[in-house]
Design a protein around this ligand. Sequence first.
Ligand code: FCB
Length: 497
Amino acid sequence: MDRLRYGFIACVSTALVASACSSPASTSVDGVTFPKEFFWGSASASFQIEKGNTNSDWSAWVATAGKIKHGDSPDRGGPDGLAHIDDDLRALTDAGQNMYRFSVEWSRIYPTKAAFDADTPDVEALAVYKQILEKLKAAHITPMVTLQHFTLPIYFSDPSKNSEPQGWEKPETAAAFGVFCGRMGKEFGGLADYWTTVNEPTVAPLGGYVSGDFPPGIVLAVDRFFTAIKGQARGAAACYDALHRSDTIDVDGDGKAVLASVAAHQRTFHPSDPENENDVASAERVRYLSNLWFLNTLTRGDWDDDGDMLLTGPNDKVADPAMKGRVDYIGLNYYSDTLIQFQGSVPLFKGLPTRDHLPTGRARTDLAWDIYPEGFETVLVEAAQYGYPIIVTENGLADASDKNRARFIGEHLLALGRAQKRGADVRGYIHWALTDNFEWAEGLCPKFGLYSYDAATGARQARGSVATFRSWIQAGAVTKAEVDALAPYVAPVECTK
Ligand code: FCB
């Protein structure tokens, strides 16, 4: 069950399951070239980099003993992003990047329900996010603003009351999120065209209702998980509509004031035992629910209410106008693969993740995730069938020694190039993360940053891999020979806190 949030490929074709799996084996490329307008960026998320967030479900979760490894908190030793805006801007510029994906914290902007209802936002919070956007503009870095990245205001999601519906389980949360997005579109639309409505809509409910290591902290409540997913789909659609209504300012003059999407966490899934047809079928179900359900809903408007992979149920809908076309591009996050084992008693999934790594001996990250660039190609080709341009909104690894990062990025860019040859229209690659940060239940140990920071002064320090990554960005190209010439992967580093 550990790391279920990253867990959930097998290839059985059914009505609603994409056919990417059955497409031909990967075409090899000697290298990949990128157009001048390709987005190169890094990402962060408010709760993971800021200090002083006290009004969300995650603030309550962090304050609850035993929930976070080593009792870590972003407030004690975190990167303090809002106090280091200029340092982070310099880091982006020094890395040669032209896009920054960051999130605004709903519960910082509206600390109480009364403030939300009366629309009396915290002026300092609005000002600090505006300052980030203005500085990005001055530095010619295109912002991508995420409106919900795992956290919810405590007045919508309270982990201490988790026997009652919380967060996205409640219809009011999706409606309120739409209102919030509309206000943010009006407030920041003059400085931003690119938006992420919700980050990884399947991952937070997996952590919250299946593995239980995210708030509200329930284990194996699959029905509640699915209710939360549906709530997020409604919230993402409401957010998309509200943004398109409220933000009418086309910042970059490309004729589009709003380009919005979810950032979908896509993985490959393999059956634990490829000879076992139950494992094969449950891996397929998990792939469907994890990679496809949400995108089917927000692109085609196909609403599979009972999650049975068919659109024939009493509450199922085909091309529902209330859901269809609620993305302008596909934001795609990719990290690794998961093995799935049949477990008949688990509703919906009929299986659970066993390991995060394939049986073939692969190099691993510091969080023991397989380094599996082939899967990146697979999920990009899978997502391409929806017919939208794709922006990679997250890809990265925990690598404290930084001995694996450059090769990891190079191999993933080559995989991206192979996916492009197979029809994926990829417009950008955003690395997770700009700086080290608070990695949710794993605390401050995992080092995902292109930059480390000094815990006492907050000074940012480029890791060695930044120079290699920057040289590829500047050349607008990566060759296989360059990646092959990098040192081989080394074993992961144990966190020594
Ligand atoms: C993704 C999350 C991001 C970060 C990375 C490592 O699932 O969106 O916040 O935690 O994993």
